[in-house]
Design a protein around this ligand. Structure first.
Ligand SMILES: NC(=O)c1ccc[n+]([C@@H]2O[C@H](COP(=O)([O-])OP(=O)(O)OC[C@H]3O[C@@H](n4cnc5c(N)ncnc54)[C@H](OP(=O)(O)O)[C@@H]3O)[C@@H](O)[C@H]2O)c1
Length: 359
């Protein structure tokens, strides 16, 4: 057991200043967060529970085990949210935090309830704030009664986009337009796609590198980007429902109902239409980029568009995200936030940052 971890468990004098943490999800992001817990930056955090979809652990000795993530795959108690909450509520700290590092809609809809019980919620999941408008409103209602909601990891994997947007709004600034590339995988794909290799080959490479979801339709559909756009729009004061976002999917109708294996076998169907769009764009000196856009009237659109070579999105590299905010005070030139918008380490760091920001 590391010194940091041992101290976190056995030093009762420090308990009152600790953040007691339950971690839901020990996948890519949750696993990176567990690694961060073992660093000095996380010394004020005390893990009192951890769970994947099937098992959980509340025993301090097992929680301190560096092999916790692996062990949870085959060992531990059966999943029981009530037991995790009890572990949090009886641990003696004033700051109790539930970290949602899953994509579970069922868990996300419980965020308002956890806030009402006096816990803070820190989340990488977009399922609540980027889901139904009614759920967003339930969240705002719960937050008005207390608790804090750490959502930095939901957009841009921790790039300071939401914090900046809220800060501008608190100062009386108003969002007039938002435009950007909100998906690391789609950024990578279209930064690379120059017509020399079939799009399907690039997609297979992106999947092999872990840039896309195991079923790349989750990225190509634009739904994940739409959720991020909804989160940003709602934080900017636009009470948009999902139906208000026009999403143009890159997945042809014929490939939508297939199982994941059959879809991956037929990726070449994507090639000809995208090659034609690329050639048309190139003839005008333009490139293709997957953009999310919101205007001052709340019109929200997500999809593949042509942009001129001088457009900021045309100059992106790798899996970079881009967020260009035009506001009443950033009117002549937008405020631009750019950087890696995906990845376990930066996302886990965003979760830790949100916990530490609780004070
Ligand atoms: N990966 C990124 O770069 C990134 C960046 C920003 C945000 N995010 C968001 O972060 C979240 C997690 O992403 P990920 O890449 O870590 O996904 P992942 O690797 O698929 O991990 C998801 C984890 O959630 C667990 N889980 C599912 N339902 C659960 C439940 N009811 N209770 C407890 N645990 C449950 C899964 O358990 P099993 O292991 O048993 O399946 C798994 O451990 C998602 O919402 C994603 O959109 C990811």
């Amino acid at each position: 057991m590391s010194a940091v971890l041992a101290e976190r468990i056995v030093a009762p004098s420090r308990i009152a200043s600790c953040h007691a943490v339950v971690l839901l999800g020990t996948g890519v992001v949750g696993g990176a967060f567990l690694k961060l817990l073992d660093t000095p930056a996380a010394a004020s955090l005390r893990l009192v529970g951890a769970a994947n979809s099937r098992r959980q652990q509340v025993n301090p000795a097992h929680l301190a085990d560096r092999g916790l993530r692996e062990r949870l795959k085959s060992e531990g108690d059966v999943r029981d949210d009530a037991r995790l909450l009890a572990a949090l509520e009886t641990c003696g700290t004033t700051s109790r935090v539930i970290i949602d590092a899953t994509a579970s809609v069922g868990l996300a809809t419980r965020h308002p309830e956890w806030l009402a019980r006096g816990c803070h919620v820190v989340t990488a999941s977009k399922a609540l704030a980027g889901g139904d408008l009614a759920d967003w409103r339930a969240l705002q209602g719960a937050l008005a009664r207390g608790g804090r909601y750490g959502d930095s990891a939901t957009v841009g994997a921790g790039l300071p986009v939401l914090a900046t947007l809220r800060r501008l709004r608190a100062c009386g600034d108003r969002l007039l337009a938002l435009e950007g590339v909100f998906s690391g995988s789609l950024s990578w794909l279209f930064n690379r796609y120059d017509g020399t290799r079939p799009f399907s080959a690039l997609l297979r490479e992106a999947r092999a590198c872990g840039y896309t979801e195991p079923d790349p339709r989750a990225d190509l559909s634009g739904e994940d980007v739409a959720r991020k756009l909804l989160i940003l729009a709602r934080n900017a004061g636009f009470a948009l429902d999902r139906d208000a976002v026009e999403v143009t999917s890159l997945v042809p109708e014929a490939l939508r109902a297939l199982d994941a294996g059959a879809f991956l076998d037929r990726l070449e169907i994507l090639d000809a239409p995208l090659a034609a769009r690329h050639a048309e764009a190139a003839a005008r000196g333009h490139v293709l980029r997957h953009l999310a856009r919101l205007d001052r009237h709340g019109r929200a659109r997500v999809g593949l568009v042509e942009v001129p070579a001088g457009h900021p999105a045309a100059r992106l590299r790798g899996t970079d995200n881009l967020f260009a905010l035009t506001t009443t005070r950033y009117r002549a030139q937008p405020l631009v936030i750019q950087g890696p918008g995906a990845g376990p380490e930066v996302t886990a760091q965003a979760l830790l940052g949100d916990v530490l920001a609780l004070g």
